[in-house]
Design a protein around this ligand. Structure first.
Ligand code: SF4
Ligand code: FE
Length: 486
């Protein structure tokens, strides 16, 4: 099979039998459960847009492995154009969903593992890269969505993986067999985990020799025996269950839908093992994955910001404030902040480079700068949106009261702004702004793809401080300096 449609993707989720828990209950069919439907819809759009004539150039690509047209989310970047198109694709999809569409994490995991498995083989003579290429071919031909499972629960942060009192605080190999390995542990905050087809599991941090058993990268189907998913609670998630307009974005939700994945003595056949014990490369895999995922954020969050700016502008028109100069200024500032993060994402793509494996990597320093800006700009964009929206954001009656036979007429009367705009229109816009800025969505901008301190560490490490010191010392005529410093 080549590319799936969104409908086929949804049907494919019914064919697997993963173990999923939410709010203390086992959920047998997530495609029918209101807590999951918006996330599934958002991921489904990544399938449909790849087949839509107006988006196929961005959202699909030609596989370098099979020569076939494939969904871009399964592609291995071959040049700068691929890196740039990825960012443009994320912005385009974000503009349609107004929410996370989840599929990028596995995409980034595949691109990182592709080049790292090549480097491991070069150094140790292992056979991971060919295996991984076969795995990528399988994902491309079936058009699957693997999650990218990196973050471990981590237990006591002052201790390394092998020093933890409970060895399962990081995913690790508990048994090596002739035909594969057995792993235990967990991965936390995994975006799109419950509506993926499987999990690409990667180490979460650099390791030392003593952590060898924790330096493991592999793939498991979502319903492999011993794999369990516990879906997280989100702000306002009961609104999803009452299916009212109070949800704000009932089609696609407001965030990706994250889960804790537990691996309880899970068997992984050799064909799906891509690193096992090569602790020297754990940090490299983390860094390359983080670079790819941080590259994204000016794309997807730029797309979301476009929706938010549109919602705020439309609301200002509905409230009669659109001509006020301070509102125009704030809208311009929101656009400026959104375009700034998009510029960052495009820049780190343009400055990308080829890895020895032949695939392309975004610029790590600039990708970290991108994500750090996102942790700030998205909050500022939200602050300005709140400023223009007004206090109703926090106090507005529900749709149930708007439609109540007794009080409905009062809600309708007093929720009106401009007389030409129905109260319900104004209320819908406020709820959309609420969904995009008031809950879990903002925290995602802060901690998704790594918390700001992780970016600071990378920026400090890659910021060439010594070279910059020399540049200054040369001009200040301190000591002997070469004529030109490169
Ligand atoms: Fe993709 Fe953005 Fe969601 Fe990350 S936060 S999975 S980059 S849409
Ligand atoms: Fe994310």
């Amino acid at each position: 099979m080549a590319q799936m449609t969104g409908k086929q993707y949804k049907e494919s989720l019914k064919k697997v039998k993963p173990v999923i828990y939410y709010m203390g209950e086992k959920v047998d069919d997530i495609t029918k459960h209101p807590a999951f439907i918006p996330h599934i819809n958002a991921a489904a759009l990544t399938y449909d847009m790849a087949l839509a004539p107006e988006f196929e150039e961005l959202c699909s690509a030609k596989s370098h492995l099979t020569g076939e047209r494939i969904n871009r989310f399964t592609h291995i970047h071959q040049n700068h154009d691929d890196l740039i198109k990825k960012v443009k694709m994320l912005r385009a999809i974000g503009q349609q969903t107004g929410s996370c569409f989840q599929r990028c994490v596995g995409f980034d995991g595949m691109n990182a593992t592709y080049s790292v498995s090549y480097d491991i083989d070069k150094k140790f003579g292992t056979g991971y890269h060919e295996r991984f290429k076969n795995f990528v071919k399988m994902i491309q031909t079936k058009d699957l969505m693997p999650s990218g499972a990196m973050t471990d629960p981590k237990g006591d942060r002052s201790l390394s993986p092998s020093q933890q009192k409970d060895p399962d605080m990081y995913v690790h190999v508990i048994e090596k067999r002739k035909d594969g390995i057995v792993v235990s542990g967990a991965k936390a905050h995994i975006t799109g985990a419950v509506n993926s087809h499987g999990h690409l599991v990667m180490p979460t941090t650099a390791m030392r020799e003593g952590d060898k058993d924790y330096a493991v990268c592999f793939y498991v189907p979502i319903d492999a025996p011993g794999v369990m998913h516990i879906f997280g609670r989100q702000s306002n998630d009961t609104r999803k269950c009452d299916c009212s307009m109070d949800q704000g974005n009932c089609e696609y939700g407001c965030v990706g839908g994250e889960a804790l994945i537990v691996f309880d003595k899970v068997f992984v056949p050799n064909e799906y093992v891509f690193m096992c014990g090569e602790w020297e490369y754990a940090g490299e895999l983390v860094e390359r994955f983080a670079t790819f995922h941080r590259q994204n954020y000016g794309g997807c969050k730029g797309g979301l910001a476009d929706v938010l700016v549109g919602a705020v502008y439309s609301l200002a028109l509905a409230q009669g404030t659109a001509k006020a100069s301070h509102v125009r200024e704030k809208l311009a500032e929101m656009i400026h902040l959104a375009e700034t993060i998009y510029c960052c994402s495009i820049a780190c793509s343009c400055q990308g480079f080829a890895q020895p494996a032949g695939s392309f990597q975004a610029d790590p320093l600039m990708a970290n700068v991108t994500k750090l800006n996102v942790t700030r700009n998205v909050y500022e964009i939200a602050r300005l949106a709140h400023d223009i929206t007004g206090g109703l954001l926090a106090t507005m009656p529900s749709e149930f009261d708007l439609h109540d036979p007794t009080v409905g007429k009062w809600v309708d009367k007093y929720m009106k702004g401009s007389s030409s705009v129905p109260a319900e229109t104004r209320m819908r816009l406020i709820r959309l702004i609420d969904a995009m800025t008031c809950g879990t969505a903002l925290a995602e901008s802060m901690h998704g793809a790594g918390s700001p301190q992780a970016q600071m560490i990378m920026i400090e490490r890659r910021g060439s401080l010594e070279r910059k010191k020399k540049l200054a010392e040369k001009l200040a005529k301190i000591g002997d300096q070469p004529v030109l410093i490169c």
